[in-house]
Write a protein that binds this ligand. Structure first.
Ligand code: ARG
Length: 459
């Protein structure tokens, strides 16, 4: 079939080339944005006297008709069309005739595709922000539910110090709050209108770019037309933000996978979000958490693929840039799907505070508190640290824990030990003493819960 760009050539290309060149299989999802952009363009052209009022009206009515028919299914996307922009324009021209041919005045697909993609991604960014808010709320609610449960905190995956489970969960809330901030920030920078940049150099027509940008709810226009058609930073930025978000989800899921194992037994995931094995009847596998962890890899890959596609491109538009869509759409779809399963999985998860406490009782995680006890009795921290270490060695030798080591053994190691040491190394007391802002004491955790709630309640 001859192309709309038939001119210097006869517009006939090989079918193999057509298939290779076509982006409609993945850019048709931007049909709403493409139509909205074209309606605004027609309004601007008419206001500037570049097309007539009746032509504008015919174009707008035609575009609304196309939108309606696409939504109802009466009009099917033609898979052999080159891209969504060509498809809409072709159908419009078929339906309304001459006026349709005037729509592309003072416009190029180069600025059109940049416009559509910005509009599409700003909407998706908004949806992801809402999902992230729900995720942070679900985690915060879990923290409240298990506010006082004590567990071992880890470094190097070795039991380190006693903490509250709520404290650890709130760490993820803080990450999600930053993710929200980052995506909001990205959305703001993205919300700058490229239309009117045309092919690259601007146009000879007296257009009104700001009017068109306002109609489409942009807060500004791209100030340089070459940049307007060449820039894909907004996609890279969103993908970077999503890669970071996935890192957070993946770390959380990794903990859920560990914690739901028999070895830990800290949590139980709901049956709704685990699967059985086809051979081992006892199995309850955390597939959803594993898939979120696994899908994180593809979001990183998406980002890397677009960075690489762009790095060697001379200005302005190059067809390589058509390769922006699949990775950015995949990142968006993947992040939304991951959040969509993560939120109810967290809400339905049950913790097992008894097991967490049991784990906290072994591993000498109150040894720092023992050292701090001696510091309060006047020893320098380094000396206290050494004695606490020797005390742990003594316990190991005797097969007991700090709480059950007799006072005479303590006394033998250091004169300063008195009977009051036992209340100092009690796990609940160890947690309660961590009163520094942001620490693990209940009061501090309650402040963190309030903080998260306040951040999430702002408009
Ligand atoms: N389908 C193209 C893309 O996604 C649209 C822009 C084509 N522009 C061009 N001059 N060939 O990038």
């Amino acid at each position: 079939m001859a192309k709309m760009w038939q001119g210097v050539t006869d517009g006939v290309t090989s079918k193999i080339a057509d298939d290779f060149n076509s982006s409609i299989s993945f850019d048709s999802r931007m049909y709403r944005e493409d139509i909205a952009g074209s309606i605004a363009h027609a309004k601007m052209l008419a206001k500037q006297g570049i097309i007539a009022e009746d032509e504008k009206n015919a174009i707008i009515a035609g575009l609304f008709g196309i939108l309606e028919d696409l939504e109802s299914g009466a009009l099917k996307i033609d898979p052999s069309a080159e891209d969504i922009h060509m498809f809409v324009e072709q159908v419009l021209t078929d339906r309304i005739g001459e006026a349709g041919k005037r729509l592309h005045t003072a416009r190029s697909r180069n600025d059109q595709v940049a416009l559509d993609l910005r509009m599409y991604l700003r909407r998706e960014a908004g949806e992801i922000i809402e999902l992230l808010k729900a995720a942070a709320k679900a985690v915060c609610a879990k923290a409240e539910e298990y506010k006082t449960a004590v567990m071992p905190g880890y470094t190097h995956l070795q039991r380190a110090q006693p903490i509250l489970l709520s404290h650890q969960l709130l760490a993820y809330c803080m990450m999600f709050l930053r993710d929200i901030d980052r995506i909001e920030d990205c959305r703001e920078r993205m919300n700058v209108c490229p239309i009117g940049s045309c092919a690259l150099a601007g146009t000879t027509y007296e257009t009104d770019r700001r009017f068109e940008a306002e109609l489409l709810d942009f807060s500004d226009i791209c100030r340089n037309s070459i940049d307007g058609v060449s820039d894909r930073d907004f996609a890279l930025e969103l993908m970077s933000d999503l890669a970071i978000l996935q890192t957070h989800l993946s770390r959380f899921c990794e903990e859920l996978i560990l914690w739901s194992s028999w070895e830990f037994g800290f949590v139980e995931l709901s049956d709704n979000f685990t699967t059985g094995s086809s051979i081992m009847p006892q199995k309850k596998n955390p597939d959803m958490a594993e898939l979120i962890r696994g899908k994180t890899g593809r979001v990183y890959g998406d980002l890397m693929s677009l960075l690489t596609a762009l790095k060697g491109l001379p200005l302005a538009y190059n067809k390589d840039m058509q390769e922006d869509k699949e990775p950015v759409f995949d990142s968006v779809d993947t992040a939304k799907a991951c959040l969509g399963v993560f939120i109810p999985m967290i809400s339905e998860m049950k913790a097992k505070p008894e097991n967490m406490l049991k784990a906290a009782q072994t591993g000498f995680i109150n040894a720092t508190d023992l050292a701090d006890y001696l510091v309060r009795k006047g020893l320098p921290f380094r000396s206290a640290y050494k004695i606490a270490g020797q005390t742990v060695a003594k316990c190991r030798e005797k097969g007991c824990i700090l709480e059950t080591l007799p006072l005479e053994d303590y006394k033998f190691l250091c004169e300063l030990f008195e009977g009051d040491l036992y209340q100092e190394i009690d796990l609940k007391a160890c947690v309660e003493k961590r009163i520094s802002e942001g620490g693990t004491s209940l009061k501090s955790v309650e402040e963190q819960i309030e903080y998260v709630k306040k951040q999430l309640s702002e408009p």
